[in-house]
Design a protein. Structure first.
Length: 264
């Protein structure tokens, strides 16, 4: 598969997918998103890939939507945006959110609009200290946040902060984003790659089914009652304890060695 807008690297059970359309500031064009979704599907179906890292090449992580797609087009703006979201952007973010493979966002630089949303779709977000996040939808474009931005922000930050961020479009530094709970960690620029590589490899060595089940139960916790959630946990625990990963974990304890889940 050829990649005109991505750079792919693999190491120790990790696939790193970099947005690499630097001349267009890694904007989410139709072509980039189509390539990106195809590559995500490859990663999810490959049992040898146990962690996915999303990042950007160049100075930006992602500049958001492709504004050029709305210039000199042969259809109305509303038709174009509706079709783009339905056929390109929404399937991409829905797939990321549905992946059983753990996904890490390595935010190497500023993330604008939909670029912020792309990062938040990951399970864990690391950002370089020089990075920042902003939602210019309302003030700059007279548009509303899309691609699930309102859903994600309201659940991560709470309704008050989510609305303020959406309306003001304020730039949130990586450090402030960490303090707000918007991302997991902000790290020095020079340490970003090594930090993410270490955690990506660590996740790749973890029991894949236990990771997938944990992702699943945490997502449903947003909607379930307490009673429903503890029953879900019970069922998932039963499924885990009947499988090979728990057997390997117990064998490692008895044999006084580290468990090897990559061969289970």
């Amino acid at each position: 598969m050829t990649h005109d807008h991505l750079k792919i690297a693999e190491y120790e059970g990790v696939m790193e997918i970099a947005l690499a359309d630097e001349k267009n500031l890694n904007c989410l064009s139709d072509d980039l998103c189509t390539e990106f979704l195809s590559q995500l599907r490859v990663a999810e179906s490959d049992k040898g890939i146990r962690t996915v890292v999303i990042t950007g090449r160049g100075k930006l992580f992602c500049s958001g939507g492709d504004l050029k797609a709305f210039i000199n087009i042969d259809e109305s703006l509303d038709s174009r945006v509706g079709r783009m979201l339905r056929d390109v952007h929404n399937p991409m973010v829905m797939f990321i959110r549905s992946m059983s493979t753990p996904v890490i966002a390595k935010v190497n630089g500023p993330a604008f609009g939909a670029g912020l949303t792309l990062a938040l779709c990951a399970d864990i977000v690391y950002a370089a200290e020089s990075a920042f996040f902003t939602l210019p939808f309302v003030e700059k474009l007279a548009a509303v946040p899309d691609m699930g931005t309102s859903w994600l922000l309201s659940r991560i930050l709470g309704p008050a902060r989510a609305l303020a961020l959406a309306l003001t479009g304020e730039k949130i530094s990586a450090g402030e984003a960490e303090r707000m709970g918007l991302i997991w960690k902000s790290v020095p620029d020079e340490d970003l790659s090594s930090t993410v590589k270490a955690i990506a490899i660590r996740l790749a060595r973890m029991p894949a089914q236990a990771v997938a089940r944990t992702k699943y139960e945490m997502k449903l916790a947003l909607f379930n009652s307490f009673e429903d959630q503890i029953e879900l946990e019970r069922q998932l625990q039963i499924a885990g304890f009947s499988g090979k990963e728990v057997a390997e974990a117990f064998a490692a304890v008895l044999e006084r060695r580290e468990p090897d889940f990559t061969k289970v």
